[in-house]
Ligand binder design. Structure first.
Ligand code: PLP
Length: 357
């Protein structure tokens, strides 16, 4: 059987042959002693690429965000973060569990932004009754909003607002390079005024494991201690960093291909019965769509039949809202998209398909 056409996430990407070669041949050392040359290179390159002083390799994006938050905040501090942000919604409450940090959540707009006025209003006064607002967090691209890319001018406005109040800006840039590709700018421009950034090497960039955080030398020094306390000090991690170097330097150059396959998918399914999709919102590698209530099957049945009959993996993202999320990536070709659309067409128009009661 062919490998599955896996559209559930860009996290399913396996390393490329070039990455496997680099991993097999990577010079390594004990990174807890700071002696792994490949990790050191990855950290220095990530920092240079994003225009920051220093970088730190961490096992996951979640640990990258948590490490950053713990490095910026004291217990009882407050952060301003989107209600739909990964940091708030999908990181198991780590900021509260390990940092005693309180999130002050704001609605995320359909374009992925937090309104400037809402941020301004959420910043606490200097008043002993109130927590101290320490940090604003943005997510670029904003995964839950169709992977919307946040433009540089907006990020700078948020940074200026935060800095005027002595507050730092952290960017969850798990898919920062997707944003850069979509906006046609260098990634460094999108984080120019940020105090810290986390980025994932293991999503669209295809590395098997790992994220990097970058910021000032002082911030990274603090983050380094936090990472150790979280159990994130790794030893011969150069094996992983070797793939990360290819992810960092080569993979961003091709992300526009994933955006093109996502756009093709959205355009094609817009023509299918029972499918509701807003093609104009597809700016990066994600497509959200819903199946209408009169569709011939439930979202669970649809997903199960795509898998059983076509070896296509597509996850109902919010089953209660009949919503799917499709994510394109390195291993998804335009041909896979055409096969997927044909399979969907067959399932949705089959004569035996009967509406569920
Ligand atoms: C995937 C993701 C993360 C965390 O990544 P893991 O490596 O899975 O821990 C953080 N933020 C965003 C926006 C993500 O999409």
């Amino acid at each position: 059987m062919q490998p599955a056409i896996d559209l559930r996430s860009d996290t399913v990407t396996v390393p490329t042959p070039a990455m496997r070669d680099a991993m097999a041949n990577a010079p390594v050392g004990d990174d807890v002693y700071g002696e792994d040359p490949t990790v050191n290179q990855l950290q220095a390159d990530a920092a240079a690429l994003l225009g920051k002083e220093a970088g730190l390799f961490v096992p996951s994006g979640t640990m990258g965000n948590l490490t950053s938050l713990l490095a910026h905040c004291q217990r009882g501090d407050e952060i301003i973060v989107g209600k739909e942000a990964h940091i708030f919604k999908y990181e198991a409450g780590g900021m509260a569990m390990y940092g005693g940090i309180q999130p002050n959540t704001l609605p995320v707009q359909p374009d992925g932004t937090l309104e400037l006025d809402a941020i301004r209003a959420a910043i606490r006064a200097d008043n002993p009754h109130m927590p101290i607002t320490r940090l604003v967090c943005l997510e670029n691209t904003q995964g839950t909003m169709s992977g919307a890319p946040l433009p540089a001018a907006y990020v700078s406005q948020v940074a200026d607002l935060a800095h005027e109040h002595g507050i730092k800006l952290h960017i969850d840039g798990a898919r920062l390079f997707n944003a850069a590709a979509a906006l046609g700018v260098e990634a460094r421009v999108l984080v120019r005024d940020a105090d810290s950034v986390s980025l994932c090497l293991s999503k669209g960039l295809c590395a098997p494991v790992g994220s990097v955080i970058v910021g000032s030398r002082e911030f990274i020094k603090q983050a380094h201690r936090v990472r150790k306390s979280l159990g994130g000090g790794m030893r011969q991690a150069g094996i992983l960093a070797a793939a990360g170097l290819i992810a960092l330097h080569e993979m961003p150059l091709r992300l526009h291909e994933d955006h093109a396959t996502a756009h093709l998918f959205a355009q094609e399914i817009a023509r299918l019965p029972y499918v509701d999709v807003d093609v104009t919102r597809v700016k990066t590698n994600m497509v959200y769509f819903t199946l209408s209530a009169d569709a011939p099957m439930t979202v669970e049945q649809f997903s199960a039949r795509l898998k059983a009959e076509y070896n296509i993996l597509m996850r109902p993202y919010e089953p209660r809202e009949r919503k799917f999320r499709v994510v394109t990536h390195y291993w998804i070709t335009q041909d896979h998209i055409r096969q997927t659309v044909e399979a969907m067409r067959t399932l949705l128009t089959a004569r035996e398909a009967q509406p569920v009661q």
